[in-house]
Design a binder for this molecule. Structure first.
Ligand SMILES: C[C@@](CO)(OP(=O)(O)O)[C@H](O)COP(=O)(O)OP(=O)(O)OC[C@H]1O[C@@H](n2ccc(N)nc2=O)[C@H](O)[C@@H]1O
Ligand SMILES: Nc1ncnc2c1ncn2[C@@H]1O[C@H](COP(=O)(O)OP(=O)(O)O)[C@@H](O)[C@H]1O
Length: 275
């Protein structure tokens, strides 16, 4: 059985408080975008190994047991005593991009196992499992526009459709650690709450829908800020870094002719249309 884990982008990201447990409370809107990995599971009988991971496409740092798809499998195996599986993961989503690729793979693994082995786990319970694998992982269970608060794990649906808008996502060859990006932030309550701004037309988002990580990440990695400027320069209606970076997305009008920009060979570039 095969699934196609997609990414999310963050529309606004306010970091409001540092919590006693070291994590931060935040407010953001997650929006799904169809930049996808491919994830396949096959039962592999007659083997002692619980799992074998075959990776294709972009490399991911770390051992197989560190991969979030394996962690998701082991979590479900503990609960449901699953048969051994072969896992094929084709990575197309860049890592360390603020696009939630690893979290999405993990959430889709939970859904795949639930469907393939007919485990009968509810979406709500899958969200509970997903939340133990990563702060934004549970979003990918329902995978629809969502307002997130708490540490990014308390969800409410958002009545927002960007259907038809074109998107360009650019990720330079720069790694931003989420932990470090948080460490450089002074939390505060936003002048324009994310939830209110996204009710306004996209054309009004430019100076009001803010990702707080930009202020901590751009000075350290000016190239990321330059990409955002470039996207505006070429006609984006709204542009922002996603999550803690290092990718930047630009939204363009449905009928706009997307610019052809030479970002250089080490830069990842995706264009698509939002659903
Ligand atoms: C902050 C967001 C916004 O979308 O960044 P991106 O990952 O998308 O860039 C996500 O919620 C991140 O989710 P995720 O990447 O799953 O975070 P985790 O692995 O759980 O946490 C990585 C590290 O970030 C810090 N962290 C994370 C989430 C949070 N609300 N407060 C924090 O302080 C902690 O130091 C933690 O050890
Ligand atoms: N299946 C996976 N895909 C991508 N990264 C993974 C995966 N499993 C574990 N990781 C680890 O998770 C970290 C964060 O990856 P990812 O979720 O893609 O980035 P981000 O949170 O910035 O969107 C990486 O350092 C990577 O080593």
């Amino acid at each position: 059985m095969i699934a196609f884990p997609n990414i999310k982008i963050n529309l606004g990201l306010s970091i409001t408080e540092k919590r006693p447990d070291g994590y931060h409370n935040l407010e953001t809107v997650f929006y799904p975008v169809a930049l996808e990995d491919a994830l396949e599971i096959r039962t592999s009988p007659g083997t002692d190994r619980k799992f074998t991971l075959y990776q294709h496409g972009m490399e991911i740092a770390g051992k197989p047991e560190d991969n979030l798809v394996v962690k998701a499998y082991l979590l479900m195996d503990k609960e449901f005593h699953l048969p051994p599986v072969e896992i094929h993961l084709y990575k197309h989503i860049p890592s360390g991009a603020g696009l939630g690729g690893g979290s999405s793979d993990a959430a889709f693994m939970l859904k795949l196992l639930n469907n393939h082995y007919q485990l009968g786990v509810s979406e709500e319970q899958l969200e509970v499992y997903a939340a133990t694998l990563g702060a934004d992982c549970a979003f990918f269970i329902k995978n629809r526009p969502t307002f997130a608060e708490g540490i990014g794990n308390i969800f409410s649906p958002v009545d927002l459709s960007l259907s038809g808008y074109q998107i360009m996502i650019i990720k330079p060859d720069v790694f931003v650690s989420t932990r470090e990006a948080f460490a450089n932030i002074r939390p505060h309550h936003p002048e324009y709450p994310v939830k209110e701004v996204i009710r306004r037309p996209v054309a009004e988002w430019k100076d009001t829908l803010i990702n707080d990580f930009e202020a901590s990440v751009f000075p350290q990695h000016p190239i990321i800020g330059d990409i955002k400027k470039e996207l505006y320069h070429h006609g984006a209606i709204y542009a922002s870094m996603s999550g803690s970076g290092s990718s930047v997305f630009g939204l363009f009008a449905p009928d706009a002719l997307l610019p052809e920009i030479d970002w250089g060979t080490d830069t990842f570039c995706f264009t698509g249309t939002l659903k």
